[in-house]
Design a protein around this ligand. Structure first.
Ligand code: ADP
Ligand code: MG
Length: 641
């Protein structure tokens, strides 16, 4: 006998919100209009973001994986978020020395990080997907039928990191409705979108990272005004500071005497004590001392505060910088939101209060606030709420463009454009009978493509041969709400089209973005000169080509002396291209122009005469266009000269 499934309206697919954190991850959903986290059997919603790869192919995620880490440090991956969407040579990767990174044999993805665990090789997207699978499974325990998911990412995540996060979601079998910035999610959890307008600071101190974001809400539209932080600062530093105190109490002042076992014991005790001190004023810790005795250490809140203050104070400069970047004073803020487990600590709260001059919002559990906001957004997107209520916007961190002739980077979407956004630009062919266009998508502020970051290359093929300048290539850029770039190119005459989803092989970190921005400022003038030179070279090449073609077709319209002069001018122009200067090229172009002016007129006359003589209309149009092309072009040069 088979069972029949009775339709239960409560079991309709339920959208979920996921905070995919560096230390902990949480999944939440909305029930009766209220967001709620999915808890484990101990009632704890936090799933440690740790993945253990077992001997027999089994994969264990969460608290159990943490317990296996000491005995299997290389087969247990923690903090995978730090290298999602990053390259093997990125600075961040080097911080994580314990894993067995593998060099890729495949040329195309040589930059993607890969790690050996047991007898397999995994990448950060796959490891993240294991965490997401576990969250999905936990959610299914409560909801039975899980629908689409909103996954949160730090506001500073770039295209590669966002793409990698989305891929991880897909790999985990989730329909990713949207990627959402963590600070925006926190603001949604507090219902700040109900205010319509305002400016908020989101202070997020987690296990290993500190993020500060200034958010602006305008008519229900959220915008990230500035972000900053420190990717190597968090609760883990407090654990280490406390553990070192405990280790000395235990008699292990000399680091060389400490075994990994002893260090772990001290770290565990430190973390437990830290957590207990959030609610208690005094905590007694008992630990084994060197030589077998037991030591008892009394930790007071005061002593703890003094110990961690240097760590907490390190968040100050980033906060001030973020305010400065957003051109705000603390008084201009309408609210400050606390996010991250470490903001539960009373000393952290009072530091934030002093820093911003107002009491921070902290009544929603700072561990859960991001996941709760993501659930609210998922619920809206899945149509259970009113999706028009919240429009979430963001800005592009770096300009996006394509490489044009001469290696110049033509910006199609400038930095700070509000996304989602789209832009279109038309280009033409440089050489006759070009049947393919190579399109090189670049990111950055510099004028030359070689100084920008290469995001993708693709080729539009199958274009019928046409004279130079006749093909019309329309390139469209679209950055979606998740911050991901899609590029399409279409040849207008033939309608031949190609689309690519830009998938950079690795990401940039904040510092790199900053460096690139600073670089562009430093090299501003130099860059402009390089651009002018590159453009001038392209123009010169085109003139040379057109003149040579003209000589082949209509050379008989020049007398012997004129002919010789034109050839000399061609040689001179060619020679001028060898120097890295604009002026000699400009004057050589002007000289050639002067010498060919009369001839261009004769060529035009011939073309017209041919047309009247009953040639095919197409031919006429083409020859007129060719002859006219030179004329128009040279005319332009003359004006410049
Ligand atoms: P992440 O965003 O990096 O995943 P979380 O927001 O989950 O991190 O924060 C984890 C950090 O919060 C850890 O360092 C943990 O020790 C700390 N933490 C959690 N609960 C408390 C508490 N009650 N008191 C102090 N610190 C806490
Ligand atoms: Mg977090």
């Amino acid at each position: 006998m088979s069972l029949i499934d009775i339709f239960d309206p409560k079991a309709a697919p339920k959208p979920i919100g996921i905070d995919l954190g560096t230390t902990n991850s949480i999944v939440a959903y909305v029930v009766d209009g209220q967001p709620r986290c999915v808890a484990d059997c101990d009632g704890d919603p936090r799933l440690p973001s740790v993945v253990h790869y077992g001997e027999h192919g089994q994969i264990i995620v969460g608290k159990e994986a943490i317990m296996l880490a000491p005995t299997h440090p290389r087969d247990t991956i923690a903090s995978v978020k730090r290298f999602v969407g990053r390259g093997a040579d990125d600075a961040e990767t080097k911080l994580l020395g314990t894993y067995r990174f593998v060099a890729s044999e495949d040329e195309t993805d040589a930059k993607v990080i890969k790690m050996r665990v047991r007898d397999r090789i995994v990448n950060p997207v796959e490891v993240s997907a294991e965490i997401l699978k576990q969250l999905k499974k936990n959610a299914e325990g409560v909801l039975r039928n899980v629908g689409g998911a909103v996954i949160t990412v730090p506001a500073y995540f770039d295209d590669a990191q966002r793409q990698a996060t989305k891929d991880a979601g897909r790999l985990a079998g989730l329909e990713v409705l949207r990627l959402l910035n963590e600070p925006t999610a926190a603001a949604l959890a507090y219902g700040l979108d109900g205010n319509k307008n305002g400016t908020f600071a989101v202070y997020d101190l987690g296990g290993g990272t500190f993020d500060i974001t200034i958010l602006r809400l305008d008519d229900g539209v959220f915008q990230v005004r500035s972000t900053g932080g420190n990717s190597a600062l968090g609760g883990d530093d407090m654990d280490r500071a406390m553990a070192s105190v405990l280790l000395s109490e235990m008699g292990f002042d000399d680091p060389s005497e400490r075994t990994p076992e002893i260090v772990r014991l001290a770290m565990d005790a430190a973390r437990q004590t830290k957590h207990a001190l959030t609610d208690q004023d005094v905590v007694d810790v008992e630990l084994p001392a060197k030589g077998g005795a037991t030591v008892c250490k009394r930790f007071t809140r005061e002593a703890f505060d003094a110990l961690i203050m240097p760590i907490v104070e390190q968040t100050g400069p980033a906060c001030r910088r973020a305010l400065r970047d957003a051109e705000l004073t603390p008084e201009a803020l309408d609210g400050v939101i606390l996010v991250g487990g470490s903001t539960r600590i009373p000393a952290v709260r009072s530091f934030v209060q002093q820093m911003f001059g107002k009491e921070p919002l902290g009544n929603i559990d700072p561990d859960q606030v991001v996941a709760l906001g993501a659930a609210v957004q998922a619920d809206l997107l899945a149509g259970e709420g009113n999706a028009d209520d919240v429009l979430l916007l963001d800005v592009l961190p770096l300009s996006l463009g394509i490489e044009t002739m001469g290696g110049v980077a033509e910006k199609i979407l400038p930095r700070n454009t509000t996304i989602p956004a789209g832009a279109k630009q038309t280009f033409t062919t440089y050489a006759d009978n070009q049947t393919g266009f190579e399109i090189h998508v670049v990111q950055g502020e510099r004028e030359l493509a070689s100084d920008c970051r290469s995001l993708a290359r693709f080729t539009l093929r199958g274009i019928p041969p046409m004279p130079a300048g006749l093909a019309r290539l329309e390139v469209t850029f679209h950055v979606d709400a998740d911050g991901l770039l899609h590029v399409s190119a279409r040849e207008i005459k033939t309608g031949i089209e190609q689309q690519v989803e830009v998938k950079p092989s690795y990401g940039l970190d904040e510092d790199q973005i900053e460096d690139m921005l600073l670089d562009a400022l430093d090299h501003g003038e130099e860059d402009l000169a390089a651009r002018r030179l590159a453009e001038q070279r392209v123009e010169a090449q085109r003139i040379l080509m057109a003149t040579r073609q003209g000589l082949d077709a209509d050379g008989d319209l020049l007398n012997v002396v004129e002919h010789a002069h034109v050839l000399t001018a061609i040689d001179a122009l060619e020679a001028s291209l060898k120097a890295d200067k604009v002026a000699p090229i400009e004057s050589a172009v002007a000289h050639l122009d002067m010498l060919t002016k009369a001839w261009a007129g004769r060529r035009m006359d011939r073309a017209i005469a041919k047309a009247i003589g009953g040639k095919g209309v197409e031919d006429v149009a083409r020859s007129v266009e060719n002859a006219g092309g030179i004329e128009a072009h040279l005319g332009q040069q003359t004006e410049k000269g």
